[in-house]
Design a protein around this ligand. Structure first.
Ligand SMILES: N[C@@H](CCC(=O)N[C@@H](CS)C(=O)NCC(=O)O)C(=O)O
Length: 370
């Protein structure tokens, strides 16, 4: 028992959305349902801030009223609030729109004069509600064609490209809206402590249904499957995995150098990576590409797959990081010269970067160090 107590009458009414939020957030709560007499006593105690229900008592004894404020508070705890400030306002707009409808309905519901009640209810059900449902449908349609919820998947990572970038490319190509949540080191420490990330790492994905997925490759492949960006033949799928895992080995080698604290060792690791490991491996990737229709298209013919997204997002990421270092006047390897030795790869990388959705994403994505 978490110690939350939600007070309301023994009905759904204005408390139901808070109960749904507790359920989705998987937070235990006591669903206190007061009779009219019990409420009269409770109200007289002065505990409810506006003398109304619902009200919430937190485990620390703090008291909160207003059904919307209570629901949003629980949703924030459960990671069910948009993090972008415009999206948050848009979610408020939808909630407030519902609130208007609820008030209209309750006006009719509480009307004592029977003739007036029929008039109000008729107006609500035959005019106000159908009109407003049309508006809600139009808003939903404007959000990813109404295929999901009002807000889509949330991808959590640091404010950089790193291991999350391939998932962002996958979302772009699959034309799936997503929220690109970028946490500072301090925000991540708090998030990590919450235990929500399955392996205590980023990136992690929260789906609109509240399901959570870790591991950058698993996330990217999940999105690619939704967007028909996975090979359908089982050998080809294993081959795409081979390419992606090969890229991951390179990424891990680079990260080893990147995170090395000892400057001498760091230099040694980075030199080995850029002068030996990367060129050797690029040659291998070029040979694989050449074996696939002479490297004239993507790894799997005309079909762009996660093998292409994984490889090109990584190479592009190194290039941008090196360009950033160069702009600061730091000594850097010449990545163009390095990749330039593999003309088939150069043409292929440019082909992938020219895919309209990838081009648009790369142009509009936030600048970042890594
Ligand atoms: N194999 C994992 C590796 C994830 C990983 O190493 N994430 C790092 C950032 S790139 C992280 O979460 N570091 C912070 C931490 O572990 O607290 C993947 O590909 O997702």
């Amino acid at each position: 028992m978490s110690g939350y107590q939600l007070y309301y009458f023994p009905i759904r009414g204005r408390a139901e959305m808070a109960r749904w939020a507790f359920a989705v957030a998987k937070i235990d709560f006591e669903d206190v349902r007061l009779s009219g007499e019990e409420w009269a006593k409770e109200k007289a105690s002065g505990r409810a801030p506006f003398g109304q229900m619902p009200f919430l008592v937190t485990p620390e004894g703090k008291v909160l009223a207003q059904s919307g404020a209570i629901m949003k508070y629980i949703c924030k705890k459960g990671g069910m609030s948009p993090s972008d400030s415009f999206d948050e306002a848009l979610a408020d707009m939808i909630h407030d729109g519902v609130y208007d409808l609820r008030n209209d309905l309750s006006k009719g519901h509480h009307e004592k004069d029977e003739t007036k009640k029929v008039e109000l209810m008729t107006k609500f059900f035959l005019t106000t509600l159908p009109e407003r449902l049309g508006k809600f449908e139009a808003i939903l349609k404007s959000r990813d064609e109404g295929k999901g919820f009002f807000f889509g998947d949330k991808l959590y990572y640091f404010p950089g490209r790193g291991r999350a970038e391939m998932a962002r490319w996958a979302f772009a190509v699959a034309k799936i809206d997503f929220e690109d949540v970028r946490l500072s080191v301090e925000e991540w420490a708090e998030e990590k402590a919450s235990g929500r990330s399955p392996l205590g790492q980023m990136p992690f994905l929260v789906t609109p249904e509240g399901k959570i997925l870790g591991q950058s490759g698993a996330i990217m492949k999940y999105i690619c499957k939704k967007g028909a960006l996975s090979p359908s033949d089982s050998f080809d799928e294993a081959l795409a995995d081979m390419i992606h895992d090969g890229v991951n080995d390179l990424r891990n080698d680079l990260a080893k150098g990147h995170f090395e604290k000892d400057e001498g060792k760091k230099k040694e690791l980075m030199t080995k990576f850029f002068l030996t490991t990367l060129p050797e491996r690029l040659g291998k990737f070029e040979a694989i590409l050449k074996s696939r229709e002479e490297g004239k298209s993507f790894f799997f013919g005309d079909k762009l797959t996660y093998a292409d997204i994984s490889f090109v997002a990584f190479v592009n990421g190194i290039k941008v990081s090196i360009d950033n270092q160069k702009a600061k006047g730091n000594p850097t390897p010449d990545i163009d010269e390095l990749i330039g030795k593999y003309p088939l790869l150069v043409a292929y990388i440019n082909r992938v970067l020219a895919v309209p959705e990838i081009k648009t994403w790369v142009e509009k994505r936030p600048d970042s160090e890594f």
